[in-house]
Design a protein around this ligand. Structure first.
Ligand SMILES: CC(C)(COP(=O)(O)OP(=O)(O)OC[C@H]1O[C@@H](n2cnc3c(N)ncnc32)[C@H](O)[C@@H]1OP(=O)(O)O)[C@@H](O)C(=O)NCCC(=O)NCCS
Length: 171
């Protein structure tokens, strides 16, 4: 899939994205706000592995955010299992060089719209660490609703912290 937006393009990861991925993803300020499976430092080997596996599941979009012809971030969906099969978690990150320009808000809106149109999802959600107001703002601008706080639900960077739950549901 490929979505051309006003500020970026969302498209599959490619093998020639490795150098850009290392350059933009190797950042503690990104790592500190995402799951631990996003490595730090973000090595060449980690980037090579990611571009190999990212497209393995065609039904679970894992997309690069391309700006100016370069992959500068990622976003994707992880579908729930068992009774959660109509829910998907949305995750995203962007190179710090491009923060604050509305890029991820537009990307989240576009992927959400695409997902409700193409998959039988009822709910898309994200859990945001308590220290990440920028991501909360992205979700609010994209129409997600703050549902509550999962107290001490995540342990990140040596601290056990609250996770703020945001979701958008199918109309
Ligand atoms: C969170 C992240 C994806 C935002 O991407 P972005 O393209 O800069 O986001 P946008 O520009 O679309 O919107 C950011 C909003 O947050 C606001 N914001 C940023 N930092 C903020 C802060 N410390 N306090 C309050 N608001 C803040 C911005 O002002 C903007 O809101 P506005 O348009 O009303 O002014 C990016 O910072 C990032 O990659 N962070 C690290 C990884 C991450 O947090 N991933 C999400 C995990 S849940």
């Amino acid at each position: 899939m490929r979505l051309e937006l006003s500020q970026c393009t969302l498209r599959p990861w490619q093998s020639n994205d490795v150098a850009a991925l290392v350059r933009h993803a190797n950042n503690r300020n990104i790592w500190r706000n995402v799951r631990d499976r996003f490595p730090h430092p973000y090595t060449q080997e980690a980037a090579e592995m990611w571009v190999r596996v990212a497209n393995h599941n065609p039904y679970e979009p894992a997309l690069a955010i391309e700006v100016g012809g370069e992959a500068v971030g990622g976003l994707g969906l992880i579908f729930g299992r068992d009774i959660d099969w109509r829910s998907a978690e949305i995750g995203y990150w962007l190179s710090e060089e491009h923060w604050g320009q509305g890029i991820v808000t537009e990307a989240v809106q576009a992927l959400t719209q695409y997902a409700f149109a193409h998959f039988d999802l009822a709910r898309i959600w994200a859990g945001v660490f308590e220290w990440n107001p920028g991501s909360m703002r992205v979700l609010e601008k994209a129409g997600f609703v703050r549902e509550g706080v999962l107290r001490k639900a995540a342990t990140k960077d040596g601290q056990t912290i609250d996770v703020v739950m945001y979701a958008i549901v199918r109309d």
